[in-house]
Design a protein around this ligand. Structure first.
Ligand code: ADP
Ligand code: MG
Length: 251
């Protein structure tokens, strides 16, 4: 039997007295695409923040390949092979695409190798090029990030996450703000990336999710209310009631 690459047990998160996430237990198998859906405020980004070490859970634990990561810093998550992109753009607009990725490559490793020399610069630069190539931005690498089209900026964020060569890639709404054409390109990119790693996705575009996912988790008011194949989720009455029924993108 395949062991999960990432697993959480009873994770919850409070902000002050507000419970954003509660009692989530689940595990992710390597090489699969899992989407996390749910209405706004359901706790999807909070769950992602916990899975990627950005915030600590208030309760419960998280394991990567059987190793307990609860309470360790995000840097350790990245180093072990868990990387993410954000719902909000985090690129430096005045830097080139290449510089954005190279800076991320350097930041991701600096705690483990403080010696920066010319060889190392070359290595970082090569890795940045490889990540840009992987997302189809090789020809744009010297372009200022702010001059890239919206879809290209989102692809750049994925390149930034990819430069650490993560085994688990978490993407928070990678098609946010995209029209149908850009969305199609992003789906093609995600399919390509999924061949080589475990992908966790937060998305709202149902057609895309149903086509791309091996498995779908549904959060509602911070609780996991469903977990199954796209087929299971589409026919789950509770999911239809709280989410699918009110989602225009579904059909
Ligand atoms: P989603 O991504 O599903 O839209 P979030 O995980 O961003 O939902 O948020 C879940 C709930 O937790 C929301 O009500 C949100 O306002 C609250 N929340 C998220 N982050 C914080 C925070 N840092 N401080 C206070 N409340 C937060
Ligand atoms: Mg969110």
């Amino acid at each position: 039997m395949t062991e999960p690459i990432l697993a959480v047990e009873g994770v919850g998160r409070k902000f002050g007295g507000f419970v954003a996430l509660e009692g989530v237990t689940t595990a992710f198998l390597p090489g699969r695409v899992t989407s996390i859906i749910g209405p706004n405020g359901a706790g999807k980004s909070t769950f992602f923040n916990i899975l990627s070490g950005v915030i600590e859970p208030s309760s419960g634990s998280i394991r990567f390949k059987g190793r307990d990561l609860t309470g360790t810093r995000q840097h350790a998550f990245v180093h072990l092979g868990i990387a993410r992109s954000y719902q909000i753009t985090t690129i430096f607009p005045e830097l080139s695409a290449h510089e954005n990725v190279r800076v991320a490559a350097q930041a991701g490793r600096s705690r483990y190798n403080i010696w920066t020399n010319r060889d190392r610069f070359g290595e970082l630069s090569d890795r940045a090029d490889a990540a840009l190539d992987a997302v189809g931005l090789a020809s744009k690498r010297w372009e200022s990030a702010r001059l890239l089209a919206h879809g290209q900026q989102r692809a750049l964020e994925i390149a930034i996450a990819l430069v650490s060569d993560p085994e688990v890639l978490l993407l928070d709404e990678p098609t946010a703000g995209m029209g149908p054409e850009e969305t199609k390109e992003m789906v093609a990119l995600l399919e390509k990336l999924a061949a080589q790693r475990t992908i966790l996705l937060v998305e709202h575009k149902m057609k895309m999710i149903l086509g791309l996912s091996d498995r779908i988790l549904v959060l509602h008011h911070g609780r996991l209310i469903a977990d199954g194949t796209p087929q299971d989720i589409q026919t789950d009455p509770e999911v239809r009631r709280v989410y699918l029924g009110q989602n225009d993108g579904y059909a």
